[in-house]
Write a protein that binds this ligand. Sequence first.
Ligand code: C2E
Ligand code: MG
Ligand code: MG
Length: 748
Amino acid sequence: MIKRQINVMLLIEDNPGDARLIKEMLQEQSSQKIELKHVECMEDAEKHLAANAIDVILLDLGLPDAQGLDAVRRARAAARGIPLVVLSGLDDESMAIQAMQEGAQDYLVKGQIEPRELVRALRYAVERKSIQEALFEEQERAQVTLDCIGDGVISTDVSGNITFLNIVAEKLTGWSLHEVVGRPMADAFRVLNGNTRKVIPNPMVKASQQNRRGNLPTNSVLVRRDGTDIFIEDSVSPIHDHNGQVIGAVLVFRDVSESRAMADQIAHLAEHDFLTGLPNRLLLNDRIGQAIALAERNRGKIAVLFMDMDGFKNINDSLGHPAGDDLLKCIANRLRDCVRGPDTVSRQGGDEFIVLLQGVKKPEDAAIAAKRLLKSLSETYFMGPHNLHITSSIGVSMYPDDGPDAETLIKNADTAMYQAKENGRQSFQFFKPEMNVRAVERQSIEEDLRCALERNEFTLHYQPKINLTTRAITGAEALLRWTHPTRGSVPPAQFIPVAEDSGLIVPIGAWVVREACRQAQAWVAAGLPIGSIAVNVSALEFRNEDFLESLFATLKETGLDPKSLELEVTESALMKNAEISSTILQILRKIGVRVAVDDFGTGYSSLSYLRKFPLDALKIDQSFVRQIADSPDGNTIVSTIITMARSLHLRVIAEGVETPEELEFLLAQQCDEAQGYKFSRPIPAEQFEMLLRDEQVHQSSKSNGSMKESNNGKRRPEPEVVAFTIENIRLPDHDTLRLIAREGSPEC
Ligand code: C2E
Ligand code: MG
Ligand code: MG
């Protein structure tokens, strides 16, 4: 608020005549009622000012102890903030003017002073001082604000020349105020479009000319003095004089490079797979949408290739997730190398990838690409200590034939991929509408499986295992059969994977163990030479925390000698958690249950673990047996497995033996046992019982033949369980068994 009121005035005047004159003049102006204090020298004035409140000072410039500018300076020092009017003689008016430059608000020339003028001068001095103070405060506040805010501020005059830069603007542009003041804006503030690198016209000129606020376009970059760029955001406003005329503009701007980089990174993460850096499902959907629009315009086609690695889970289970992740990265790189610029490779998660091919003219083009991808992915991956091999299966869908949008094309390519897997690994398959029927069927199989146990729809078939030296039956593998009320007999390859995926394999597997043990014990009780009964155990069952307990309960309930039971477990099931597997195997060994590694050679097992695990047998997967006659390599694989098994003191059983050539080779390699159509298909219990009766007759005629003995003298010693009854083994209690299944326990 501007101050006008004067209550007390200090007159500093040594000349008594002049002092009296002033006093009279003030009294004459009776309306003002100004109280006058009078001192005759500067020293007295200083004392008075220190002790009293004064509204204005009238100072003579010729005091005995202070003259001229010195008097002004001393008075100002003693009375900061108090308006000052100086009295000068006619001959020293120039001194009075200098006094005003030193901070006096006005001057009066002795001898020319009118009473009215005196009071007006004093009142104006007070007003002017008050305005000056307010202005100073305002400026100070603005300056401090400009220096403290985090934004850069630049102002220009109406011609666009720089008038001001705050500290932040100096830092951001690299120019200091004194270097650029008066120079055109573009000298210190060069702004480009971040994408096109085209110069953006000075926003201040527009703001001044159009007299309105504005902003730079988003994506603007400031080229700093050192040539580096920063992304900026700004706002520009015109500045007006008191008549409303534009006198320039002010631009407030900030460096948004960091927040932009973060926003870019977040956007990238939202659209890319963190492991491989490939586009994810979201971005792929977008790209497929764009590709469809383009294909529509060009009357072209696109192809969606859905690929899944065969048996990738085995790698994760046996070599660990870090190795699995490394392999996925290598796969991603190979896929990238296999496609052209406009195509997209994306990871859907797990071991599933999708490749989008654009500009495809006919399905053959997609077939060529699929073959190229299959070949590239099947080449050896050299990863540290491991040389890995993996194949893949690809399903292909085409736009517009197989679907109108991304979702349908992906779904149909996925369905075709499943078909490719069923047809055999390392292959690709184009989508056909009838495949969708299969996917629905899989769903209905799962629903029907849920009630199959209650409805007694399962049976077991038994396939004999033969000692290759004596040709005696050493036992049988129990194989599950499902007779569906309407579908009839459903092959295991169709329903076992569904049971595994849905978890239904756990109760179904428990039924298989019980039924196999019951049947085997019935044959034992009938005096038939059953040998051992082999039961397949899926990974999910083996790792189930109730597995051991349920097995013991079944053995107890059926009374079967645990030595007569052999569990067939795959390599990947064993390697899934090698420590826990080892403990479970030790417990099984302790009670006499044997364990065979099923489908040996198809997984990734570590030899060092196989050596440590208490195992009894290896079953050579039938795919290797099938190769015996086909290629010398096939021969080598089988003989290598046999040699290896022998070195580990394990029994070797060849699966799926069909031809005399296969049998002959296995005999030559001294394989212990064989199983296959060459001897017998899996058969119902009654038929197998007849085989056993024949066997019994045959054995008694040989009187001293032993079914269980093998020709391999170096076999692992039989488990030390003699005259077993389940009661004489102290089993871990319920909670311990569950704990073992979860965490393993070396003491057991
Ligand atoms: P697996 O354990 O490897 O069983 C051997 C498979 O090979 C059986 O197929 C058998 O019928 C077949 N096979 C035997 N000899 C020959 C031959 O000379 N030539 C040919 N081509 N095949 C032969 P199956 O019964 O269809 O069973 C397939 C798979 O289903 C089994 O493979 C096993 O992994 C699984 N499976 C069967 N029963 C059960 C079960 O009770 N529980 C679990 N978890 N899996 C089971
Ligand atoms: Mg088996
Ligand atoms: Mg097998």
